[in-house]
Write a protein that binds this ligand. Sequence first.
Ligand code: IMP
Ligand code: MG
Length: 183
Amino acid sequence: MDKLQTIQEYQRKIKRVVITEEEIKEAIAKAGKQISESYDGRPILLVSILKGAFVFLSDLCRAITVPCEVGFMCAKSYYSGTVSTGVVKITMDLDRDISGYHVIIVEDIIDTGRTLNDIVKMLKARNPLSLRVVTLLDKPDRRLVDFKADLSLFTIPDYFVIGYGLDCGEIYRNLPYIAEYGE
Ligand code: IMP
Ligand code: MG
């Protein structure tokens, strides 16, 4: 893929800001407090699904005030343009036994639900003390498998979003807000 484009083209595709930095910050502070209050003395392991959730994880973990560890998994859902093909592949697994942890999966967005459906099944089989899912964004209109997060910070309609970790063709992850993408 030829990624050559002008800065004007790059900026033109950022259609409009959907969720501001301030709104994200506020929602994460609330979620961090909620997670901290559910701590029962046993360690929390935040499992971030790369790459999209790396920004969310870094802010969420700093809003948690009780002992917590972080872990990373890499899942790739294959895209044809902005449409998911339904093929999910785990390209990097966790580096530890999760049986002594309250695991919280930290995801950027739930779209069809396929990625998390697969990952939850896989991690449940490893017998964590408990398993919950926190997602920054949820697009319930797009669901193809029945999947619900335990905590969802924002629900959005069916449009393709970028920023705050989310990409289009690997670009735009570094925007500090969530924006609608358009060609
Ligand atoms: P699912 O398996 O269809 O739920 O797909 C989830 C994954 O697709 C997310 O973790 C994202 O990486 C990607 N994805 C889904 N919707 C969007 C979007 O609007 N913008 C960017 N990435 C998206
Ligand atoms: Mg992702």
